[in-house]
Design a protein around this ligand. Sequence first.
Ligand SMILES: Nc1ncnc2c1ncn2[C@@H]1O[C@H](COP(=O)(O)OP(=O)(O)OP(=O)(O)O)[C@@H](O)[C@H]1O
Ligand SMILES: [Mg+2]
Length: 281
Amino acid sequence: MLTEKQCLQIRACSKDEESFKVLLDILSSQQKSLEHAKSEFFSVIGHELRTPLTAIQGSLALLDREVAGPLPEKARNMIEIAIDNSIRLRDLINYFLDLQMLESGEVKLQLQPVELQPLLNQAATNLKPFAARRQIELILHEKVRNIRVEADSDRLMQVISNLLSNAIKFSPSSSRITITIDSHDTTGCFSITDQGPGIAESLQPLVFGKFVQADVGNDRKSGGAGLGLSICKAIVEQLNGKIGFTTIPGAGTTFYVELPVAAPDAVFAHRRGRSATVSSS
Ligand SMILES: Nc1ncnc2c1ncn2[C@@H]1O[C@H](COP(=O)(O)OP(=O)(O)OP(=O)(O)O)[C@@H](O)[C@H]1O
Ligand SMILES: [Mg+2]
């Protein structure tokens, strides 16, 4: 789709209404074929990269299990490094292709009523071992109960897992992460608040961009590719929702997601004040 600004520019170059329409048609169809070519390109690249990578991973796994004979200690370390990096590469390719498909609208989301509490609880339970390693406590607080939103539950789980794993990854040891469920009028929302370093002012406008990370260059302490938040944004926008954050550098960050409620009657089962510790050290 051409943007409003592009349309205005085309109009400014057109002699009259007729030539404006012709120009608009030509450019729109060119843009469509470019988008198609781009998405074809990514799917071919994805396939061409994933197939040999799967073979590499298979061979490395066999070597690691000493199927080809016992390995000296040095070789074992090298194989471990190769395996770790092949996993990083596989994740990066999968993330990148997923984002590409989401942004091009190729992914059709299955909308249905999804209750937030079980999904958030499941995500917290899944990430409990990751949090427990650094004595990080996860608290789930339902300000309003039985909130159901209109969403694709697998994709929403992906958003929650990305946000929660970020919160854990950037939290100091022995800190607390609070997951809060709430509702406002026609939206159901959840937020994830950590006591981490916050997001520097210079990074804040870029944080939902691709390959954006606070630690760049050789100092990528946290790992990852810098694609998680772009994927979250693409999913939440396709769910007609809103994603954002508030942060205090040095004190912590809250990421929040707002989604349309699924059914009005599900929203008003207000029973204030239920909190639960999902996991702790
Ligand atoms: N809760 C948070 N606290 C502090 N910084 C954060 C937080 N969440 C995200 N960030 C910053 O935003 C950057 C982008 O996050 P994003 O999830 O997109 O990438 P990533 O976690 O680095 O890698 P990936 O998600 O691809 O594995 C992070 O690298 C970090 O600098
Ligand atoms: Mg991430």
